[in-house]
Structure formats: C-alpha cells, structure tokens
Design a protein. Sequence first.
Length: 583
Amino acid sequence: MNRICDIMLGESLVSYVFRLLKLNDYGNIEGFAKDWRASRSNIRNNLFNSLSLQVIHTWTGIPVKALETYALNEWEKQLGTKMMRKLIVRNVVKFCSSCLQEDGLHHQKIWSFEAVTMCLKHQLLLRDACQRCKMRVIMDSLITGSCPHCYFHFADSQSTVEDTELAIKAQRFIQQLVMRRSHAGLSPELKGLTLTTYVKLSHACLHLLQGRQSQLNKTVTINAFKNKYVQFDNLLSHHLHANVVYLLEDFPERLKEPIAALFKLPPKQRNPKLQAFDKLKDEESLRWIVSLMEKEGDRFKKRTVTVPSRATAIENGQDLSLKQSKVSCAASHIIDASSNVVPSSGYLRRKEVARMFGISDRQHLNLLIDAKLLRLYKFKGSQYFIAAEEANALLKKLRGGYLSDAKGLPLYDMLKRFKPYGLKLTDLVSMIAENQLMPCCPVQNGKLTDAHFSSADLQRCEALLIARRRMEKGYTKDEIERILKLDYDTVLALERRGFLAPSHETLYRSGKRRISYYPAAAVEELKERFLTIDQAASVFDLSKRTLRQWVRSGKLSDALGSVTKRYMLDKRELEQVATQEIS
C-alpha cells in the first residue's frame, strides 16, 4: 500500500481496510481475500483470520493486538458462531448519515450489533437501506459513498430523529453492554448483566411482548419473531429492544401484567413461551426472572400433567370403562370395532405408540396408518387403539438389526439430507418395509429414530427418489444435458423453439421460475428421433463425409434449425434420403 490513512476511533476494521483499498485505487476485496485464504463474507462481517491481520499490520504498522480490537474476532472466540449470529447483523451494514457527513465515509464497529439501533451522538435512527430504492447497503457500497442501484449518496440520507426518553435510555444501556463498560443497571437484579445474558433475557421477554402495542408508538404492534423470508429491519429491532428495557426498568411491576396475560393463553400457545423462560435457569444471573414466573402461581410449576399409560392404570385397578372420553381422529384408514369394548390388554393408544417409535405425537403416526403400515381400531365410545403386537412387529422391522458399532446417517439427518427430493417419513418407512433399505440400530430395543443408514442405503435411496421424481415430474435440465449430450444454452433454445415444453415448474416467491421438469417421453423421443453426424453414421453405416455433403447440397436439412453448433439430423428424413440414394 503506497498511501496509508489513520483508523478512526471506534471504526470497524473492515471499514478501515475498504478505505485503504479505495485510497490506493483497488476495486474490491476479492483478490486480497483469496491471498489471505479468508472468506469474503467473514471479512465483510468484520471477522479476520491471523494471516489477514498480519498483512494489515505490514501495511499500516498497527500492532496485531490493536487491530483485533477493531474486529469482532474476540467476540466470536468467546461466544461461538451460534451466539454471534444472534448478536450481529450479517451481510448488511447500518449507518448514521450525520456521522458520514461529519467524519467521512466509514463504519463504526458498534453498528454491527443487532441491538444497537440508533446513534446517541445525533439521536438518529440508523439506516439499513438506501433511502431512494430501499435496497440493502453492503460495506463495499457504503465506503464508495453511493448506492450501486440508484446512485443515491448515503450521506444525504434523512434519518428519523429519536429523542424519546425511553429510546435513549434503552440504547445507552445496550451500548454500554456492547462496549463492556460498567452500567448502573435498570434495577438491582440487572447490575451483573452482560450482552450475552441480555440477549438471552430479551429473547425470552419477546414472548411476553408478542402482539402488544409498542411503548414508543402505540400505533405499532410488536411482531417479535421473524421468519427466514423477512429481511432484517432496524426499526423493528428498535421497538423490540426499547420495549424489553421498558419491561425490565421497573422490576418486577411491569412484568406482572404481561405474565398474567401469558397464563390466560391456551396451553398449546403458552407452553412454548414458558419453556423459553425455563432455559434461563442455566444462567445464574437470570434465575430471578424464572423465580418470578414461579411465584405467579402453581400454574407455572404444574403446566404439564403426566398422564399414566393404560397398562399403569390397569395395574392400579382403575376402571377405564367408566372414564372413556371421545377422541378425535385424523387418520382415514380405520377398522371399525365400535360394537366391542376396549380390551384390557394388548392394545395401545396412538400417543404410546408414537412414544415407542420416537416420533412426534400422533401426526406422523396417522400418516403411517393411512399408508396401511399400521392398523387403527375404533372401539366403543370412539376410542382409537393400535394392537401392541402389530406395533412391536413393525418397529422391529423398521429399526433394523442390532449392531453395537453401527455407523451411518441417523433417521432425522436422512430426512433432512433428502428433503430437496421430497422425502417424507412415510416414504422412508415404506422403503424399509419393502426391503429397499436395510438400516441398523446401535441401541438394543431402540426406537425408529435410533436407526442408522449406511452409505449404500444413501445411494439406493437417492436412486429411488430420482426414479420417482422422473416418473412423477420428468427430467431436469441437468439430466437432459447428460442424456442428449447438449449444453445448457442449447436446452433453453430447444424450449424456445418448441421442441421441449416443461410439464412441471417450481417457482420462487417472486414468481421467477426456479426448476423446470420435462416429460420423460418427450426427452426419449428427442433422443431417438434426432441424431448427430457421428450417431447417424454409426446407425446407417454411412461415412460422415457423405452425410455432410447431403446437408450442404440440401438433400438433408438441419432438423433443429441451427440450435446447436453441430448438425442434428431427423432420423425419419435420413431414412428416406438414404433409401433413395442407395437405390
């Protein structure tokens, strides 16, 4: 580097590196990342390996330890990758337009943290997108100063002024945690709080805030949990963290009303939220909030009731015939035995069978019943049971033989691996039942989920799924390229000319076509009907020179109309011409 600039106070190291590259007229970070053996994504997220830090030290003379304080390496070493994904905003940068105007184009390290949503110096909300075109801002374009899509200058952005007392207090508290400075705390219980414990606590508190009005703006309803299709939104994070701090500020009074509302929810909605608070018991500094939940009443301690199994009830001498209740059933393959009373032994409820198999409740079990792998009996009083002997026989077959050192892919990993092929639990179970797959079980008398699949099973499963997909949907473009020995552009040209037409298409959410499937019959017809010069010479026992002369003289035509760079001959036309010429 011929020209060196000074690093700014609080600047992120990636911002400094990009400013150095810009100052020395380098276009991008790509070549340097390759030389440093570093991921470009990690560099843009302010994570540098030892080789890259050493090179930057050589450029600037700044000690490596000093450089590390401007990067996020220390955070990742202490917290791990999983927690870092919760703490920082990845592949998107936030900025304060007033800071860019005063100090020049740069990025502050503290802006990388998801919980930091405003600039306390100017009392402005940070921006995370271009003001004009709303496209996300990345580090490359921030340092160049303008949006690559609409050429809007980021320093000219108009940010929202945020001067409410709650917002400033919340951000001052959070930013002190980020900078690891001592803080007075919102209450005596929060004095020993660190950023990681705050993140865990805030995630649990979001369960209390879901669907409530924001204290910053009553017109905003808090939607605490984002799905994978929703992009990061700094304004949403701003409302979330301000409301978390509001709950904790006047401890414990402000928590009591949301907790009371939580206990009024149906068990199906309430229990996952309570389980989020259960996880806080692992943090010694956060056990106080769990104790608060427990003090609200016995409902927290006794939210789950253990129901004894049918066998246990019979051993205790309970008269089950007097305590039968109607149960709904979503399974469709049912054997009607409603004229009979439930036998005292030999039959199990679906929940008990699901527990035996290690699968979730009755949903997957109903699918196995519908696939006629199990039989469901309906007894008097709308009671549904499965024969214990049938369940045990199926389980023994599905989990495979016992092998103490069995290696391979577990069942759920198998489902995850072949999810793109559309593999479901019922499909996998059917393959095992039909002896197409032969799993082993490293646990004696284990569950279905203990089954392991060998590499040979993986190959057979993939072949079966591909064959099923071809039968149901057809061939993909990659498969057509291999079958017809054509390139990708030629396959697209065949589709435009009408020689191929997709029978099934998978679309992105935007409506753009993602994967096309072409009927196998049409592909096989193309392969059989159209021949290259080499194939035609072999089939009709003619020389390649003769065939090329017939094409040039007009006796034969290029059947695909110059779609490919090679001549493609129609087999039917070639038969007629060859017969005439030979005769």
